[in-house]
Design a protein around this ligand. Structure first.
Ligand SMILES: Cc1ncc(COP(=O)(O)O)c(C=O)c1O
Length: 396
C-alpha cells in the first residue's frame, strides 16, 4: 500500500488528541484532554422541538438537496449578529455555511494554498488548523504568542522575510493557550497586515464564551479584507456541524466552487433545525448560562492549580473559552507528566502536537475545564499536582 498513497499524506499527522481520547474513554479517567463543550448545556428539548417543527411544517423541503451557500435566513441571522455584536456590516452573501468551521479551514486551504506556500500560525497553534492546512503541504512559520497575543515584532519580521500567503489567528481565548489578544494588539496586527499582501483568517470559535472583561473588536473592525470563521458548535451543539466562513465577494466566489466540489452543501436539515432553534429561543440567554457555568469551572481550576501545583508552574488565566495552558519548569517534559498522570487516571494534552516543528522536550500542556464537573476538577488537579511534584523532585 505504501506507494499508493498521495504524497500529501506523508506530512499529515494523525490527530494526537484523538489518540489520547482513546485512553480517556475509560470511565475511571478524569479527562482534561478533550476540547468538548459540556453536554449538560446542549439544548436537547429545544432542538427536539425545532426538529419536529421543521419536519412537520416543511418536511419535503428540509430533506431535499439545497443551495451550496446555505440557508438564507440562517445567513441573515449570522450577518445581523455580526452587526449587533461587533458593529460589522456583513451582507448575507458574504457568508457561506460550512460543515463546522473546521471545513472552513479546509476550504480556505483549497482556495489559497499551493505546495510550499508560507502559512503563519500562532505558536502554540490550533491542532485542527495545522492538520487541515498540512494537506496542502505548506511551509509553516509559527509565530509565538505572548500574554497579550501574537508577537507583533516577529509577525512583522515573518511577513517581511517570508512572503507569506496566509496568516491564521484566534484572537479570542485561543485554542490551546486560552490567550486573548489585547485591543492594542488587534490594531497592531491590522496595521502590520495592511503593509503586506497576505490573507488573514480570524477564527472566532470561542468568541461568545467570555466570562470576564469586555468584548474586544475583531481585527476586521480595523481592516476589511479579513476572512472570518464562526461556529455554532460551542454555543448550541458541535454534533449539528454548522459553522460558517465570512469573506468578501471575490473570495466567496472561489469558496463556493470548492464547497460544491467538496460536498454540494452543508447538511440542510441541520441548518433548518439551527435556524428554527434560533427563531424560537433566546440564544443570548442560553449563552449566558454556558458562560456562567464555564466561568465557575475556570475559577475553580485556577484556584486549585494555585493552591496545589508546585509554585514554579505557570499558567494562563483565560477570560473565556475552554482551555488553560500550563507551563512546567524548563527541564520538565509534559509527556513524562502525561505518562505519570495516566497511571493516576487523569489525562490532559501535552503541548507537543501544538508545535509544528520543535516538538521534542516540550514543557507545556493544555487543560480543558468545560467538560468536567467540580468534583472532577478538584480531584483531577490534586492528582496532577502530585504527579508534577514527583516529576520535579526526580529532575532536581
Ligand atoms: C479554534 C477552533 N477552530 C475551529 C474549530 C472547529 O470547530 P467546528 O468545526 O465544530 O466549528 C475548533 C474546535 O475545537 C477550534 O478549537
Amino acid at each position: 500500500m505504501k506507494n499508493t498513497f498521495a504524497d500529501r499524506m506523508k506530512n499529515t499527522r494523525k490527530s494526537f488528541i484523538r489518540e489520547i481520547l482513546k485512553v480517556t474513554q475509560q470511565p475511571e479517567v478524569i479527562s482534561f484532554a478533550g476540547g468538548l463543550p459540556n453536554p449538560g448545556f446542549f439544548p436537547v428539548e429545544e432542538i427536539a422541538s425545532a426538529s419536529k417543527k421543521v419536519l412537520e411544517n416543511d418536511g419535503r423541503n428540509v430533506l431535499q438537496y439545497s443551495t451550496s451557500e446555505g440557508y438564507l435566513p440562517l445567513r441573515e441571522f449570522i450577518a445581523e449578529r455580526y452587526l449587533i455584536k461587533s458593529g460589522l456590516k456583513i451582507e448575507p452573501d458574504e457568508i457561506l455555511i460550512t460543515n463546522g468551521s473546521q471545513q472552513g479551514i479546509d476550504l480556505i486551504g483549497k482556495v489559497f494554498l499551493n505546495k510550499g506556500d508560507r502559512v503563519i500560525i500562532e505558536r502554540p497553534g490550533y491542532l485542527g488548523a495545522i492538520q487541515a492546512f498540512s494537506i496542502f503541504e505548506p511551509n509553516f512559520r509559527p509565530v509565538p504568542l505572548l500574554d497579550d497575543g501574537i508577537d507583533t515584532d516577529l509577525l512583522d519580521k515573518a511577513l517581511r522575510e517570508d512572503n507569506a500567503k496566509l496568516l491564521y489567528t484566534i484572537p479570542n481565548f485561543q485554542n490551546p493557550s486560552g490567550i486573548t489578544y489585547s485591543g492594542q494588539k488587534r490594531k497592531d496586527v491590522a496595521n502590520i497586515l495592511e503593509k503586506h499582501n497576505v490573507i488573514c483568517v480570524e477564527d472566532n470559535a470561542y468568541g461568545e464564551l467570555r466570562f470576564t472583561g469586555e468584548d474586544l473588536p475583531s481585527i476586521r473592525n480595523y481592516l476589511d479584507n479579513i476572512i472570518l470563521l464562526g461556529s455554532f458548535s460551542k454555543i448550541i451543539s458541535p454534533g449539528l456541524r454548522i459553522g460558517w466562513i465570512c469573506a468578501g465577494k471575490e473570495i466567496m466566489e472561489k469558496l463556493i466552487v470548492v464547497k460544491q466540489a467538496a460536498d454540494l452543501h452543508s447538511n440542510y436539515l441541520s441548518q433548518r433545525i439551527v435556524n428554527q432553534y434560533l427563531m424560537d429561543n433566546d440564544i443570548d440567554e442560553h449563552i449566558m448560562k454556558i458562560r456562567v457555568a464555564y466561568g465557575k469551572r475556570r475559577d475553580l481550576m485556577i484556584d486549585m492549580i494555585a493552591e496545589y501545583f508546585p509554585k514554579e508552574v505557570r499558567y494562563t488565566k483565560p477570560e473565556g473559552g475552554m482551555f488553560i495552558w500550563v507551563t512546567l519548569p524548563g527541564r520538565v517534559s509534559s509527556m513524562d507528566l502525561f505518562e505519570l498522570a495516566v497511571k493516576e487516571n487523569v489525562a490532559f494534552v501535552p503541548g507537543n502536537p501544538f508545535y509544528v516543528y520543535d516538538s521534542s522536550r516540550i514543557n507545556t500542556l493544555r487543560l480543558n475545564f468545560s467538560n468536567s464537573d467540580e468534583e472532577q476538577i478538584e480531584e483531577g488537579i490534586k492528582r496532577l499536582a502530585r504527579c508534577s511534584e514527583r516529576l520535579l523532585e526526580n529532575v532536581n
